[in-house]
Design a protein around this ligand. Structure first.
Ligand SMILES: [Mg+2]
Length: 409
């Protein structure tokens, strides 16, 4: 089975997605997600200019060999652009292999280890009443674990707080990347945040009780000592995890946080290699791996990373907001079902326009996602629908402190 054609499809049904489509000599089409939010065309160019010509004529069944050929063969290893491109190729080849075998991908990965993958949704509110409404709407929509993000008094716009969260339940399509000529700028005050967040979790626990798993994303904005303080102040509210407490580049920052708090820690959505994790795993500085199949070199690399994490008792918590396409989300769901050390899966529903372009078969019921038993990934791409939504430039926001200093967003 040879690779006959390769095509990179850029489409923007509400937000931008980059999809690699590989077709084989016997007519099987595999899909891979290569979406890098806010820098999409860099990956599209990497694929069209540097990868597509290497794939045509290759044996579609040699998944590991193709991974190594593209990773080692480029000489320039790692990095978000390279690893997203590699992920798309790898995922498409797994999709093809599973379709050729007539099996859902999770069967090739070892078979199901559970009935479904516990998913968490994104509740948020500009104030506490709006947040409580948003949590209720998510519970009504079937979620059994909730990420809680809150507005901060004195700040106009805060990461993770959707403009329409209250009315829309889990149907909103929170889109931090805005279609403006320049990035939107937000203002940030860490001290105000550290004072406010524990009061919000107190209100949430008072309303919903001790059982509901609650998560929170710090979005890389704290110093290690600030994050340690937040982790400590949230201990009474028994978080499932505190995510991205400090910027991702420095694994040693997690050491200091870990010395001060028993709040579980998750990190890794901006990582792209197992090598980003090795000190964090070996020193047991984290509890959950936050990478996405889409940004970490595909199913092959993500499986190896999660197997290494399992050695140290660390679980999965794969990145899965709507900047992961339904193709990338489906790949995550197959891994979620198959691995032993599954923790939780992030899940935001895609917009109706996105689901017109990407026809999915995964299901969500009683808080659990299931990838479906369709052969392969179980997602198809409607290219006519995709063509109706041309690429539109979009930037993630930039953050500044109240005195104007650029800060982490
Ligand atoms: Mg996050």
């Amino acid at each position: 089975m040879r690779i006959e054609s390769v095509r990179t499809v850029v489409t923007s049904p509400g937000r931008n997605f980059v999809t690699l489509r590989i077709t084989t000599s016997d007519g099987i089409t595999g899909l891979g997600d290569a979406t890098l939010n806010g820098r999409e065309l860099a990956v599209a160019a990497y694929l069209t200019e540097h990868v597509e010509p290497l794939l045509v004529g290759r044996d579609a069944g040699r998944v590991e060999d193709t991974w190594q050929y593209l990773y080692r063969g480029a000489y320039w290893r790692r990095g978000p652009v390279t690893m997203a491109a590699l992920a798309a190729v790898d995922t498409a080849l797994w999709d093809i292999k599973a379709q050729a075998a007539g099996m859902p991908l999770y069967e090739l990965l070892g078979g199901a280890s559970r009935r479904g993958a516990l998913a968490y949704g994104h509740a948020s509110g500009r104030d506490v009443p709006e947040l409580l409404d948003s949590i209720r709407a998510h519970l009504d929509a079937g979620y059994r674990a909730i990420r809680v993000q809150t507005g901060i008094p004195g700040l106009d716009s805060v990461y993770g707080v959707a403009a329409s969260a209250a009315g829309g339940g889990d149907r909103y399509d929170y889109e931090p990347a805005r279609r403006t000529a320049l990035p939107v700028e937000e203002t940030w005050d860490t001290r105000a945040y550290l004072r406010h967040v524990p009061t919000v979790f107190e209100a949430v626990r008072a309303e919903f009780g001790p059982e509901l798993p609650l998560l929170h994303d710090g979005h890389h904005r704290m110093t290690p000592i600030q994050a340690a303080k937040l982790g400590k102040s949230l201990e009474p509210y028994d978080l499932f995890w505190l995510e991205d407490a400090t910027p991702g580049e420095d694994p040693t920052a997690l050491r200091l946080i870990r010395q001060h708090t028993t709040t579980p820690l998750a990190i890794g959505e901006v990582f792209n290699s197992v090598h980003d994790y090795t000190p964090l795993l070996q020193e047991r500085l984290i509890d959950y791996v936050r990478s996405a199949v889409t940004h970490t070199g595909g199913v092959t690399a993500m499986k190896k990373l999660l197997d290494l994490a399992a050695v140290y008792g660390v679980k999965s918590g794969m990145h899965g907001p709507t900047d992961i396409s339904p193709v990338g989300q489906a790949a995550a769901l197959h891994l979620d079902l198959a691995i032993h050390n599954f923790g939780i899966q992030e899940y935001m529903r895609h917009s109706p326009d996105t689901l017109d372009v990407f026809r999915t078969s995964y299901t969500f019921a009683d808080g659990l996602l299931h990838p479906s038993d369709a052969p392969g990934l179980g997602v198809t791409l409607d290219e006519e629908a995709a063509a109706r939504f041309p690429y539109a430039p979009a930037y993630l926001p930039v953050n500044r402190l109240t005195d104007g200093t650029v800060h982490d967003w």
